[in-house]
Design a protein around this ligand. Structure first.
Ligand code: SF4
Length: 337
């Protein structure tokens, strides 16, 4: 049996707590536990879908992995080397290998910068090539993402939302990254355009050998691009599995509810939608025990007191729920999820 491929990016015990400051002395009164000790490992060439409701910590996770924000605790390894404590100068050669595509194709582009300057900016910052080679590279990248070379002279307001997202993708690809964090890259787009952008991302993954962390609130969207899917709730990972296993046999009640909310293409088939009651609790004061217990239709006494840990129930399938793994179940040896 061949050895498993080492991850391109790995995080262990990744944690981000934001202090909440109050009063005239700006004292730290409490902390928002945006991400609370999660493990992630993405092998080269894989797409890991990261899913959850707004406020679950998925965007914070993506930004920590590419060091746009520093973690409060935990280790981050890129190609086996620790990066979480690196300063900006030491991080610079690593940073070119990790890029991010943002959600908002309108807000993520500077309206005063031409497409040429927007896409060439990361090349200039990293001092890659001269002005002429950068101009040529921008024109090539525009063609790669389905735009025309003459678009380089135009400004963001002259493009549609889908075209702007293509510009954002070209900008991310300019420095030939290995890892791209796609942070809700299609959620601001029309459904027909969403499919085009996802197909483009899939093609680029093959052509450029990219590894993706694909963040979305929509399990229906994630299905089209992911190899594995990780579900987050209130700063914790509640389930992770290969795509086909997660969609065929979701283990966690939260995942089951998210899946039931995906619209069915056939209107004659009645949706058995499981509505999740209530709002997501505040990450400044998460519920005791299982964080989902205030909204779970299967809540038991133990759920309010004992936190369920992520445990393996089937090959490549992990879930954190007392229904699936009662607290008396012996804890399996830690393994990379
Ligand atoms: Fe629901 Fe309990 Fe499972 Fe949490 S541990 S998801 S409350 S059954």
């Amino acid at each position: 049996m061949s050895a498993p491929t080492p991850p391109l990016i790995e995080a262990v015990g990744l944690t981000k707590h934001f202090p909440v400051r109050t009063g005239i002395f700006n004292r730290s009164a409490s902390v928002v536990r945006a991400v609370d000790g999660i493990d992630i490992a993405i092998p080269p060439g894989e797409t890991l879908g990261l899913v959850g409701e707004s406020g679950c910590g998925k965007t914070t996770t993506g930004r920590m992995l590419v060091k746009l924000i520093d973690p409060t605790a935990g280790r981050i390894l890129f190609e086996g080397k620790r990066i979480e404590g690196l300063d900006a100068a030491t991080m610079r050669p690593v940073r070119r290998h990790m890029q991010i595509i943002f959600q908002d194709p309108y807000g993520s582009l500077n309206p005063r910068m031409s497409v040429q300057d927007t896409i060439a900016e990361p090349l200039e910052i990293l001092k890659i090539g001269d002005a002429r080679s950068r101009r040529e590279q921008v024109r090539e990248l525009l063609e790669v993402v389905g735009l025309a070379p003459y678009h380089a002279e135009r400004f963001p307001h002259e493009f549609s939302g889908g075209q702007r997202q293509r510009i954002g993708i070209a900008r991310a690809l300019a420095v030939r990254p290995k890892l791209v964090v796609c942070d809700e890259p299609v959620s601001a787009l029309d459904v027909s355009i969403q499919a085009q952008v996802i197909n483009l991302l899939k093609d680029l993954q093959k052509d450029f050998g990219l590894t993706y962390l694909f963040i979305s609130h929509d399990l229906g969207v994630v299905r089209h691009i992911s190899d594995r899917v990780m579900v987050m709730y209130l700063g914790k990972v509640v389930e992770v599995a290969r795509k086909r296993d997660l969609y065929a046999d979701p283990q966690h009640p939260y995942t089951q509810a998210l899946l039931s909310a995906i619209p069915l293409p056939d209107p004659k088939r009645r949706s058995r939608r499981k509505v999740i009651p209530g709002d997501i609790p505040s990450p400044a004061n998460p519920p005791s025990g299982c964080r989902f217990h205030t909204r779970c239709p299967h809540v038991m006494h133990v759920c309010r007191e004992v936190e369920p840990h992520l445990m393996q129930g089937a090959p490549h399938h992990w879930a954190a729920c007392h229904l699936v793994h009662p607290p008396s179940t012996p804890r399996p040896a830690p393994a990379s999820v």
